[in-house]
Design a protein around this ligand. Sequence first.
Ligand code: 4AD
Ligand code: MG
Length: 431
Amino acid sequence: MDWVFIKDVKHYDEKEVTLKGWVYNKRSSGKIWFLIMRDGTGIIQGVVLKNEVSEEVFNKKDELTQESSIVVRGLIHADKRSPGGYEIVVKDIEIVQIADEYPIALKEHGVEFLMDNRHLWLRSRKQWAILRIRHTVYHAISDYLNMNGFYRFDSPLLTPNACEGTTTLFKVPYFDLGNAYLSQSGQLYLEAGIMSLGRVYDFGPVFRAEKSKTRKHLTEFWMMDAEAAFIEHDDNLKIQEELIRFVINAVLEKNLSDLEVLERDVEQLKKADAPFKRMTHKETVEFLRSKGSEITEKDDLGAKDEVLLTEDSDVPIFVEKWPKEVKAFYMKRDKDNPDLVLGADLIAPEGFGEIIGGSQREDDHDLLYKRMVDENMPLEDYQWFLDLRKYGSVPHSGFGVGLERLVQWMSGTKHIREVIPFARTIYRLKP
Ligand code: 4AD
Ligand code: MG
């Protein structure tokens, strides 16, 4: 007999199969009882009929507890009434292990309790749905890049210096060489990579000692940095828009049932698959002030500003051309106004905030050097980065997508801690 995954039972109508998984729930009514089981790929209802199985198998209903691990044999049977359209008429149940009393019953719990039991909470239906969406988003991003000439280029996580400013660095003692720092973004290394491969990306964990207590900040999160030679500001935005729309379509294609479990408004996602808006930082400030924000022309957007900006927009908005004081040292100056840089942040609709930060990079050695001196940066640590502007420098651009921010938006999840298997925040290092 074949072991099959629940997601594939539709190919086995009226055939006998073996399913392996866990007890999700059970219900009983006299001569028949129902075993709801899950196996990681799906959930199915098993029907156990007194007349069809041995007494021993029928009586297992008293023994089985929530989350007990089981191997079930039976006949797959199409049934419109059952969720998923198929059920299994049980012939035999083999118990692998009887679970202790499960701390997460099928009812509401406080979030701290759930986070303390994250290793178990992961099995709950909503968490399972979110993890499946995360899987889709991760692969859609990689697929888009692989199809568009980007090579995967793995940047180091232990680094001697900062990419995104020194205030959020995690320090690690490093043998006789002093301190290393956990990477905040692989971007600087990718800028070396493009001079070899043309277009590159990395995709992995990055670290920020963020003291933020918001629902959008983690101290360890996943970032995809992409970088491309001979790509300037406008084309940089085009690539980002295409990538994000590709991801939206992948989620709509692969995760409709998960979006349903999460009660995600799918129409809202469909509407976002349309041309994105573009506003300069200056226009954004004017718009926000007209809506009551106190932001000034020299300010970064606050969390509330991000919500105000997109609350009436169905599509994400690029905020471009920022005052140079607000942005990182590597961004290229706008030739029309040297006080501005060619950076753009992509702000998601529905209050999900910034999902991408990117820019055209300063490719002129002397301008970059001057900016680094002005910012008192330790030049000896960045000599290699300046070198890239000496040996065949080219205009180039790139951007970084926060995986969890994007999954939060796709899945409609309020708090970022639920979209990564084991969240790390200033308050939490366990489990
Ligand atoms: O805007 P950021 O800081 O940009 C960079 O690091 C660039 N070096 C990327 C590049 O150009 N290659 O970070 C990029 C994205 C943000 O837009 C946001 O989505 C996410 O990373 N992000 C966070 N996600 C979760 N928790 C945090 N603490 C985050 N900080 C940034
Ligand atoms: Mg940013």
